[in-house]
Design a protein around this ligand. Structure first.
Ligand SMILES: Cc1cc2nc3c(=O)[nH]c(=O)nc-3n(C[C@H](O)[C@H](O)[C@H](O)COP(=O)(O)OP(=O)(O)OC[C@H]3O[C@@H](n4cnc5c(N)ncnc54)[C@H](O)[C@@H]3O)c2cc1C
Length: 395
């Protein structure tokens, strides 16, 4: 049986980032096992938004270090040819009078306290940045210049390429089917290509984490939740790359927006989606009623979009935990196992930072950001990681 010091299950953006960071931090023998192809799981469905706006402090810290990585991606992975497809357009967020106003005010103040550049805009200034939107009802508007969006597939493959260049072996088209154990210690994996032994196993299986739960005989709190993304086109009201990504806390769907392809608008909801009975990334049905319902909210904020056309639409699946924040680190008293799952629709923007702290933890090094708040035990102890906005992808 071949032996590796570290085996990573899954080559999504999280697993690829873990592999890159393990190698960059000095790990000598690392194997990544991916059932499909690199980045083809839920990563390929990501909207790609990057921001540091969170109300959970640890998320802000991870998002900030991750932003640096996205903004300097070639340098970060040590590859002049690497690109993450960053569009640095900034991030605008607004709330009307009501229950989201105080959380927004507090989150913007917390970001500023942490040294993040955040500007408070009046309606006119917001309109200058996003002239196709109407801010009549806005009671508070924040703008984060160091934000935007990038391409999650490019990031996953960029991390994977860097990992390979540093000696990591990545096997695609291979499925992990079970674990090899000695008492409480995981010592390897069984796969469709045979068994491999390891010192430490790192599972980054996203919506497929229930497979791990079955192997260890312990429930893990994550469910697959399908979300819909629409691309709209509106003649005379192009959502250009120069316009900021936008979060509308005043809309019923807590909608988020960004440019999609230079003139189209990408829009999706930031609220609870459709819970699936089993983990699958197949495309779901998108009803015309749903399109009309979201379209009506879009037209309230972007009046010209009353006449918008639907350019395309797709669904993607979040791995959602009860408090919409990830589980990172150990699982109970099982030795040799590290997990990173439950990114609940906001894992891409954290992926460089998460990959680094999971790698540090697996290597027994101090972690840049504490894993303690993300521990699995919080669901039993009740110390949930709920942000000021309640449960949701803003967190
Ligand atoms: C519609 C949508 C929009 C999003 N928008 C944003 C956004 O704007 N900003 C943001 O920050 N985040 C966003 N996210 C979330 C972000 O994309 C995810 O958190 C992130 O991509 C998850 O990466 P991952 O590596 O954990 O999962 P995945 O990419 O799903 O990777 C898991 C991998 O594990 C493999 N695997 C599982 N089990 C096995 C096994 N037994 N054997 C071998 N391989 C296995 C799978 O094949 C898969 O490739 C969005 C997500 C969706 C769905």
């Amino acid at each position: 049986m071949s032996h590796y010091d570290f085996i990573v299950i899954g080559a999504g953006v999280i697993g690829a980032s873990v592999a890159h960071h393990l190698a960059a931090l000095g790990a000598q023998s690392v194997l990544v096992i991916e059932r499909g192809t690199i980045g083809a799981g839920t990563t390929s469905q990501s909207s790609g938004l990057l921001r540091t706006h969170y109300s959970v402090r640890q998320n802000v810290e991870l998002a900030r270090s991750s932003w640096w990585a996205f903004n300097n991606f070639a340098e970060y992975v040590g590859d002049d040819e690497a690109s993450c497809g960053l569009v640095k357009c900034g991030y605008l967020i607004c709330a009307p009078e009501g229950d989201k106003l105080d959380p927004l005010r507090a989150s913007l103040a917390a970001q500023q306290d942490m040294g993040i550049e955040v500007q408070l805009l009046d309606k006119g200034e917001a309109h200058e940045r996003l002239p196709i939107a109407n801010f009549d009802d806005a009671a508070l508007i924040g703008f984060e210049p160091e934000a935007g969006f990038a391409d999650a597939y490019l990031v996953a493959t960029g991390f994977a390429r860097s990992a390979r260049r540093r000696g990591v072996k990545i096997m695609e088209g291979v499925t992990v089917t079970g674990l090899v154990r000695e008492g409480l210690r995981i010592t390897g994996v069984e796969t469709s290509a045979g068994s491999f032994s390891c010192g430490t196993l790192i599972s980054t299986q996203s919506i497929w984490t229930p497979e791990l739960a079955a192997w260890i005989g312990m429930p893990l709190p994550v469910k697959p939740e399908r979300h819909t993304v629409l691309a709209l086109e509106c003649e005379g009201a192009a959502y250009s790359f120069k316009m900021p990504a936008f979060k509308d806390l005043g809309s019923a769907g807590m909608l988020y927006y960004r440019s999609y392809g230079g003139s189209q608008m990408l829009v999706s909801e930031g609220v609870v989606g459709e819970t699936l009975n089993s983990p699958e990334t197949e495309q779901g049905q998108i009803s015309l009623d749903y399109v009309a319902e979201v379209g009506a909210q879009v037209a309230e904020r972007f009046p010209a979009y009353e006449a918008a056309g639907l350019a395309s639409s797709w669904t993607g699946v979040y791995d959602v935990t009860p408090d919409w924040n990830p589980v990172l680190g150990k699982v109970a008293d099982i030795e040799g196992l590290v997990v990173g799952f439950g990114f609940s629709g906001h894992g891409f923007k954290l992926s460089p930072g998460i990959g680094k702290i999971l790698a540090q933890h697996a290597l027994g090094q101090p972690t840049d950001v504490s894993l303690a708040p993300y521990a699995l035990e919080r669901f039993a102890s009740g110390a949930l990681l709920v942000g000021k906005y309640g449960s949701g992808a803003v967190s």
